[in-house]
Design a protein around this ligand. Structure first.
Ligand SMILES: *[C@@H]1O[C@H](CO)[C@@H](O)[C@H](O)[C@H]1NC(C)=O
Ligand SMILES: *[C@@H]1O[C@H](CO)[C@@H](O)[C@H](O)[C@H]1NC(C)=O
Ligand SMILES: *[C@@H]1O[C@H](CO)[C@@H](O)[C@H](O)[C@H]1NC(C)=O
Length: 290
């Protein structure tokens, strides 16, 4: 009897330690486990590193630590037989290799196209030949003098007329602000003004929610979700209209609607000859292509 009691107590303690480890890494400090071991997600039998991921995904510090301890490139092991092993890298040399110098080595394939379907035939979904054509097109736009001048003008004016007064206002009112959100809105507004000519004014005192920004966020979230879920699961969710997949469908409709609005406004401007030269050329060359 006593031995069973001891065994159960041991089992309970073991479960407690495991749960505690994931909720809070501190209980293990007294064991002097090396820092690297602590900040490396365990590769569990069957579940792979998924339990660690679920606990840490919202903790940016942990992700940074894991990447630092693995020399900026981390092989993530998904559940067994799920085909969800992922290589995560923030090493500039690897990124250069993958997206630029040796881009043609990385053929996207059908699964990739399906996961990123919302991006259509854009540069993200294209293999070497088409991507290189698109890249040339974007580079031509970015190097166009008119575009550079316009971009400089828009950024400076947003900085002077919106961002600085906004910071003044926040500092006088003593409001706490989310800097990441502020800079995201700043980038969104300046990019949209430069490309489309109309200003969504998402950066303002009331920091109202912009449906386009939210749609882009929802799409990004659903794409991450697809990477870590089985294909039939997310396809089922998409079919039923549930969770991130439901948001993705709604976001896709919003993106289509908003883009169509911008494109038709730009088309009118071009016809009336009131559009700036760089972006008109870009839109016209894309229209000719499609
Ligand atoms: C995150 O890491 C930084 C630097 O290592 C540290 O100063 C900060 O306290 C950490 N924050 C949390 C919430 O652990
Ligand atoms: C870390 O990565 C860099 C660049 O990819 C490589 O040159 C270096 O040898 C790596 N260091 C270790 C300890 O693996
Ligand atoms: C990457 O591309 C360079 C040329 O751009 C080539 O010399 C090198 O062999 C390629 N590396 C791999 C692994 O394909």
């Amino acid at each position: 009897m006593a031995s069973i009691g001891l065994f159960e107590a041991f089992l309970a303690l073991f479960c407690f330690l495991i749960v505690n480890y994931f909720l809070n890494k501190k209980p293990f400090d007294f064991l002097h486990i090396k820092k690297t071991l602590q900040s490396y997600p365990w590769n569990w039998p069957f579940y792979g590193m998924t339990p660690g991921l679920l606990v840490r995904i919202h903790r940016i510090n942990d992700s940074v630590e894991v990447l630092e301890n693995s020399n900026m490139t981390f092989p993530f092991k998904g559940p067994w037989f799920a085909g969800k092993d992922v290589l995560i890298t923030v090493d500039p040399a690897n990124i250069q290799h993958i997206v630029s110098s040796n881009f043609s080595n990385y053929i996207k394939g059908a699964e990739f196209q399906e996961i990123f379907e919302v991006y259509g035939d854009g540069i993200i979904n294209s293999d070497a030949e088409r991507a290189s054509k698109l890249k040339k097109c974007y580079q031509a736009l970015l190097h166009h003098q008119g575009f550079q001048k316009d971009s400089m003008r828009v950024t400076t004016s947003k900085l002077k007329d919106v961002l600085l007064p906004l910071f003044n206002h926040f500092s006088e009112a003593g409001t706490v602000v989310d800097l990441q959100d502020v800079f995201r809105r700043f980038t969104f507004d300046t990019t949209l003004v430069t490309i489309t000519g109309s200003d969504p004014r998402s950066l303002s005192i009331d920091m109202h929610e912009n449906e386009f920004v939210k749609a882009l966020d929802d799409v990004a979230e659903a794409i991450v979700y697809r990477h870590f879920t089985l294909r039939f699961m997310w396809n089922l969710q998409k079919w039923i209209g549930f969770g991130p997949e439901k948001k993705m469908v709604e976001a896709d409709a919003i993106i289509d609607r908003v883009c169509a609005k911008y494109i038709s406004a730009k088309r009118d401007e071009i016809q009336q000859g009131t559009s700036n030269r760089a972006t008109s050329w870009f839109y016209s060359s894309h229209e000719a292509r499609s």
